[in-house]
Design a binder for this molecule. Structure first.
Ligand SMILES: *Cc1c(COP(=O)(O)O)cnc(C)c1O
Length: 408
């Protein structure tokens, strides 16, 4: 159906959806299996502290990630904190530097700072959003101890180059693989690269344990240190070996994680189908570009990313966001700010990282997942098409409304 500007809910039309279509909605499913496992937890009278379900979950995660060790943690942020302090020469010291991309979820930077270390923000490729290895090299100083690459939206970083850079500078290389469970680099599971990687099992991720995560590695010594530091620094014989925190995954979380893991392949298939429908439905919309993925690797398609070019679409990403939200399509501006632009990290001398900053003006995450049907995807794409067809008109109206509301 052809729709005009006044058909849009933002300008008085009826919303296309009565119920919200959301980003990162937990995938439905498997209630019975979860409750069965919860009964086991209660029967066991073992609620946390390296319980049987946690052990089983770690085993399943290690198998899926193709690594020897999976150490579960209460969330990925804590997993990153445990790793950030691990250097080739023992525990990092206050003021040591860790290079992280400027375009990522805030947790990557915070984990470094929370350990008393200095996050050094590196620019990203202006198209893929992935950390730029050339710029990583330029940021290395005598205080650098580690690089944390982020497999943003499940795309693998340039792991070969980063591994070479880390090796030749004797740095640790970690990957924040929080959004990338089920993804690969070539044919290999994405968790196998660098010294270690961290997955998130937060409720909004493709596998969820309510809150949770895992550090995965093939390095036996590093695994032992992380296993200890997640449990107050307690070694296998019960004595305190290192500093540490309480980062354990409880049994209820493990019950959910195990259940959610069983639905992984099905959910990837569902996301992939939605991705292909979006690609087709948005192909003829000028200025709205689906984030393409390098087909040499497998993506979990948990994040349905597009970029909005204001010059070509006639409206800014934020205007399109307003249009979509009025239709109960709760798209998200992932990310609207790079880390170096955020209050805790904005130094007195402004840093310019154009790759990250440019993407922050254009990125939009659209609803996907098992709760979003092919028909929903077409409806959402139609709204986007109508918005872009009326781009300049929407931009003008928004400006005059903002002015009337007392803006500039
Ligand atoms: C989700 C996410 C995190 C944080 O994971 P939690 O389990 O919520 O702590 C960190 N980094 C990235 C890139 C993420 O997407």
């Amino acid at each position: 159906m052809e729709r005009g500007i006044t058909d849009l809910a933002l300008f008085g039309g009826t919303p296309v959806f009565k119920e919200d279509r959301r980003v990162g909605r937990p995938n439905p499913g498997l209630r019975d299996r979860f409750l069965e496992r919860m009964n086991t937890v209660l029967d066991n009278e073992w609620l946390t502290n390296m319980g049987p379900l946690m052990n089983e979950f770690e085993q399943r995660v290690a198998e899926a990630a193709g690594v020897r060790h999976a150490i579960s943690v209460c969330n990925a942020t804590v997993g990153l904190q445990l790793l950030a302090g691990e250097t080739h020469t023992g525990e990092a010291e206050a003021g040591d530097e860790v290079i992280v991309p400027a375009l990522t979820f805030i947790a990557t930077g915070h984990a470094v700072r929370w350990r008393g270390l200095r996050p050094v923000f590196c620019d990203v490729d202006p198209v893929t959003g992935l950390i730029d290895p050339d710029q990583v090299e330029a940021l290395i100083t005598p205080r650098t101890r580690a690089i944390i690459g982020v497999h943003l939206w499940g795309q693998p970083c340039d792991v070969d180059r980063l591994e070479k850079i880390a090796a030749s500078n004797r740095l640790r290389l970690y990957f924040d693989a929080a959004p990338a469970f089920g993804c690969t680099y070539g044919d290999e599971p994405i968790g196998r690269f660098g010294d270690a990687a961290v997955f998130s099992f937060h409720a909004t991720k493709i596998v969820n344990s309510f809150e949770g995560g895992a550090v995965v590695t093939d390095d036996d010594a590093l695994a032992e240190r992380v296993r200890a530091s997640r449990n107050f620094g307690t070694g296998p014989d019960g004595t305190i070996e290192t500093s540490g925190t309480n980062g354990k995954l409880n049994e209820a979380a493990a019950a959910m994680g195990l259940t959610s893991l069983e639905a992984l392949d099905e959910n990837i298939a569902c996301n992939r189908a939605n991705f292909l429908t979006y690609v087709e439905a948005l192909a003829d919309v000028p200025g709205v570009t689906v984030q393409e993925f390098d087909s040499r690797h497998r993506n979990n398609h948990h994040y349905m990313m597009v970029t909005v070019s204001e010059e070509e679409a006639g409206l800014h990403r934020d205007a399109l966001l307003d249009v979509l939200r009025a239709e109960n399509i709760l798209a998200q501006p992932y990310f609207a700010q790079a880390l170096h632009q955020m209050t805790p990290y904005r130094g007195s001398t402004p840093v310019s990282l154009p790759g990250a900053e440019g993407l922050c003006e254009r990125l939009l995450a659209l609803p996907t997942g098992a709760a979003v049907s092919a028909e929903d995807v077409r409806t959402i794409s139609d709204v986007i098409r109508t918005a872009v067809a009326n781009g300049p008109g929407i931009t003008a109206r928004r400006k005059s409304e903002l002015a009337a509301a007392g803006g500039e």
